[in-house]
Design a protein around this ligand. Structure first.
Ligand code: ADP
Ligand code: MG
Length: 319
């Protein structure tokens, strides 16, 4: 039996008239003692997947087993307990408490759990800080440490409850090459204890250190079950340049202006579109942010749909 098993995970975020499918039927396994790297660009669902694995959020469907615990079968207090006892976290941006020393920061989860005495908590914190090469900075506050050093403190804190699963969200982001190397080496060493370490990243530096790589795909999984009719008033913005692109729009009535901000505050008009024409397909299909803005010129009625529905519509000759 593998140590960690994720099966057919689906995670959808729902808004008023859209659904974004961030995880689309994702499955993977990991054995004890493995370093698993989730590799994918920003927006591909890495933080979402880590949050599901750590029991912070529930997947829409699918199952997660951690050791002998069926995580997706737990709720409420049981799930909180699982998270506190079996999972360690090292978040993006470190999340260290600025007023506390490295030693105190690392001891915090134990002090909150009240599972051991204060002196035992500090003794464990010191031992872990030593292990990540920070044994000489026990009394330093986060502000006195470099990014790489802070990340090492965060990793030590994630391990202080001796969790079965350690989750690290982009631990090498914002670190220079030397600092990143040190963090990667430490993660590799730590996995030998028989735990599972799952780390997300958007760059390839971690890949050579991985025992397993889970590729996260951007954008394409975004969908909408049924096209929705949306009405816009004259002058109303339908979407703005640079925004995350989920939907494709087909115009039923009225006309829409596509324009780009030139940078000096003025706009460049790219197209005027009318009934039967579509827009927004590039970003939604390719997983790019919007390259231009769209605005209603008169009362406009559009059908908004996800990339997959649009694709099917095109294949059926509907658009
Ligand atoms: P990554 O960590 O790879 O950058 P995330 O898991 O943070 O990816 O986000 C994946 C997608 O899900 C993004 O398009 C993001 O906008 C969307 N998303 C994340 N959290 C929420 C939420 N709470 N509500 C709606 N959409 C969300
Ligand atoms: Mg993220």
């Amino acid at each position: 039996m593998s140590a960690l098993e994720a099966r057919n995970l689906v995670k959808e975020y729902r808004g008023d008239n859209y659904v974004v499918r961030v995880l689309d039927d994702l499955s993977f396994d990991a054995d004890a003692g493995e370093l698993v790297v989730l590799l994918g660009p920003s927006g591909s669902g890495k933080t979402t997947l880590l949050s599901c694995l750590g029991g912070m959020i529930s997947p829409t469907s699918g199952s997660i087993r951690v050791g002998d615990v069926e995580l997706t079968g737990l709720a409420g207090a049981e799930r909180d307990e699982f998270r506190r006892r079996r999972v360690g976290f090292a978040f993006q941006g470190f999340n260290l408490i600025p007023s506390l020393s490295a030693r105190e920061n690392v001891a915090v989860p134990l002090l909150i759990n009240r599972s051991v005495s204060r002196s035992e908590a500090y003794a464990r914190a010191d031992a872990l800080l030593d292990r990540v090469g920070m044994g000489d900075r026990l009394r330093s506050k986060p502000g006195q440490l470099s990014g790489g050093q802070q990340q090492r403190v965060a990793v030590a804190r994630g391990l202080v409850t001796d969790p079965f699963l350690l989750i690290a969200d982009e631990p090498t982001a914002s670190l220079d090459h030397v600092q990143a190397e040190a963090v990667i080496r430490i993660l590799r060493e730590l996995r030998d204890d028989g735990r599972v370490i799952v780390v997300s990243t958007h760059d390839g530096r971690l890949v050579p250190a991985a025992d397993r790589v889970v590729h996260m795909l951007p954008g394409g999984a975004s969908f909408q079950p049924e096209p929705v009719t949306v009405r816009y008033a004259p002058g109303e913005t339908i979407f703005g340049q640079g925004q995350h692109a989920d939907l494709v729009y087909v115009i039923t009535e009225g006309s829409v202006e596509i324009y780009r901000d030139v940078g000096d505050g003025s706009e460049e008009q790219l197209a005027i579109l009318g009934a039967g024409e579509y827009f927004g397909e590039l970003g939604a299909l390719m997983g790019f942010p919007r390259s231009a803005s769209a605005r209603a010129r008169a009362d406009v009625l559009v059908e908004a749909m996800g990339a997959n529905e649009f694709r099917q519509g095109v294949e059926r000759g509907r658009y």
